[in-house]
Design a protein around this ligand. Structure first.
Ligand SMILES: NC(=O)c1ccc[n+]([C@@H]2O[C@H](COP(=O)([O-])OP(=O)(O)OC[C@H]3O[C@@H](n4cnc5c(N)ncnc54)[C@H](OP(=O)(O)O)[C@@H]3O)[C@@H](O)[C@H]2O)c1
Length: 230
């Protein structure tokens, strides 16, 4: 039996890509899961695998998802902010509607979810993991600049949570990957088999979630290649 057996993790955007890989890896480690997805009817539920409706653009869905999770399991040990979108526009070309959608999914919803889950995270001395991006550490091109703006904010959110959780023993980590082989980058002509694989990222996230509070990690940059600093 692993040390994590019976612990409860909420994972947003667990329908595919990185979120689905995190769910699979945590389940193998004995975690009980609460998966937040837009179309719960498309995902199999089961013992230790609750599937809930969650839409990051519906400001009521985070609190409802937390309530269902606590009704089912009675506790929350970890929240993984994974759901995210990319809008491949420059900061010059993007308009206010783009801003509201990008920041609505990548920043505002994780903040609302953190607030809703907070008393339970404090009670469990739990963990928050935010899947940010290397685009939250450096702006690499005009076309990724608008996405990067939101991911810098996501890294800021992870650090803000870290400060707010310090005394209560709630730890927060920003995971900052470069390209990961998922649908998000499937149409960019990249060598998908050479990119970071979702299952490997999931192993890193499981390690972060299972470390004790006195081994706190603020950020983890992960790259499929070698850049100047990452
Ligand atoms: N792939 C990369 O290269 C890369 C690199 C760095 C960081 N990231 C970040 O990693 C996270 C996961 O991305 P991924 O690569 O796994 O992308 P993906 O395969 O496109 O999956 C995105 C996930 O987010 C969900 N989602 C999108 N909009 C949502 C909304 N309004 N409400 C609820 N869920 C929503 C999607 O749900 P549906 O199935 O319902 O659409 C899906 O589960 C994102 O935060 C992304 O920014 C990705």
């Amino acid at each position: 039996m692993s040390a994590a057996t019976g612990r409860v993790a909420m994972i947003s955007g667990a329908s595919r890509g990185i979120g689905a890989a995190i769910a699979e890896t945590l389940a193998a480690g004995g975690w009980r899961l609460s998966l937040g997805v837009r179309r719960p009817q498309d995902l199999a539920a089961g013992a230790g695998r609750l599937v809930c409706r969650f839409d990051a653009l519906d400001g009521a869905s985070e609190a409802a998802w937390v309530a269902r999770t606590v009704a089912e399991y009675g506790r929350i040990d970890a929240v993984v902010h994974n759901a995210g979108i990319s809008i491949p526009k420059t900061i010059i070309d993007a308009d206010d509607a783009d801003f509201d959608r990008l920041f609505g999914v990548n920043v505002k919803s994780p903040l609302r979810l953190t607030r809703a889950a907070w008393p339970h995270l404090v009670a469990a001395r739990g963990k928050v993991v935010t899947i940010a991006s290397l685009s939250g550490k450096r702006v690499k091109s005009p076309g990724s600049s608008f996405y990067a703006l939101s991911k810098f904010a996501a890294v800021g959110l992870a650090h803000a949570i870290r400060q707010c959780g310090n005394e209560a023993g709630v730890r927060s980590t920003a995971i900052c990957p470069g390209y990961v082989a998922t649908d998000m980058v499937a149409d960019r002509g990249l060598p998908m088999d050479q990119l970071t694989q979702p299952a490997d990222l999931a192993r890193i996230i499981r390690l972060v979630l299972e470390l004790p509070a006195n081994a706190s990690i603020a950020e983890i940059p992960v790259s499929w290649t070698v850049e100047d600093c990452y």
